[in-house]
Design a protein around this ligand. Sequence first.
Ligand SMILES: Cc1cc2nc3c(=O)[nH]c(=O)nc-3n(C[C@H](O)[C@H](O)[C@H](O)COP(=O)(O)OP(=O)(O)OC[C@H]3O[C@@H](n4cnc5c(N)ncnc54)[C@H](O)[C@@H]3O)c2cc1C
Length: 366
Amino acid sequence: MLDAAASRFRPFEVVSKVRESATITSFHLTPLERQHWRPFEAGQFLTMRVPDRKGGHVLRNYTVSSSPREEGTYRITVKREAAPSQDVPDGLSSCWLHDEIEPGAVVEIDPPRGAFKIDSASSRPVVLLSGGVGLTPTVSMLDVLARESDRPVWFIHACDGAAVHALREEVEHLAALRPGIAVHFCYRFAENNDLDAARCHSAGFLTRTTLQSLLPLDDYDIYMCGPPPFMQALYGILTGLGVRKERIAYEFFGPASLLSETGQTTARPAMARAAEPTTEGDGPRIVLQKSGRSLAWDGTSESILTFLEAQGIEPEFSCRAGVCGTCEQGLVSGEVDYFEEPLDAMPGDRVLLCCTRPKSSIVLDL
Ligand SMILES: Cc1cc2nc3c(=O)[nH]c(=O)nc-3n(C[C@H](O)[C@H](O)[C@H](O)COP(=O)(O)OP(=O)(O)OC[C@H]3O[C@@H](n4cnc5c(N)ncnc54)[C@H](O)[C@@H]3O)c2cc1C
């Protein structure tokens, strides 16, 4: 499986390394061979093949934080994940990038992918909401919205403080490109003069009151990305303020975490539109062996994963792009079509729910 995956990776040179804050550094990557460049949409991520400490490799995803207009170069912006205590190792990939990778180094990446993208068919106002290094997709999205659209935009970013605040000047520059873009920075540990000097606009956590005061009553498209506690809190605030769940698209930087504290996944990326629940019909059936349910495939769901979610079944997921393997399930019988090629070839008795549709009736070990 590793060889199949390895063959997809392409060598890219690190052409520059830019410190963005005390903990966050950007790396600009260009392909050694020009034909290996692939365009991307704001919000998508690259998968990098990183040496582990045992002579093998691990895969890590990094969102492209630059503008899709910058042809030939991807910028990734990475937080150094230091060990939380002495008895555990530092974050493998982020510390390798920060501590060992310098301009001239060559890294291996798979082309951009991912469903966390701006819905360009919508004309609704947009809220870009990020916590910490979760601003990487929203900065790229802001670039597109500032240059190519006249939709009102609120760029709201929360982080611990000025020392760890990355890409501030770029955000301010983009917001100044046209009217209709508002920026709000919230520092959890604001220093005495941060508010006076307008380095931030609020202090402490982002609250319901702050969001209510910033956002006039309207029907927004919300794109959010940040650490799980931030996402949980903001998701609760937004839905409490009446924002419809299908208007909230999100990305987690890690294994699937759940937005509600009850442990139920309660939202999905807005782009992955769900189908109406159904148990009748003539098309292929999706049989869930463990729960004994038999469902008629509706033919319109984006993937088996979105179909199951629409039935109230909530398998684990993370990247929703065939990379992380979180949604892998046993395929007891039947055949599926991959509409997105998974990073690792799947054996015939396994299936990635996020990037497949049934070709025939199937039985899942679920
Ligand atoms: C779609 C997507 C996009 C992403 N985009 C970005 C991005 O733009 N920027 C970005 O910075 N990140 C991004 N990430 C996160 C990134 O992929 C990595 O998860 C992140 O860099 C940490 O990886 P690592 O190898 O450095 O840390 P890991 O080795 O995975 O370790 C993570 C943390 O756990 C600690 N740890 C290690 N072992 C143990 C142990 N035994 N017990 C307890 N703790 C332990 C480490 O010290 C570290 O703090 C993204 C993730 C996804 C899924």
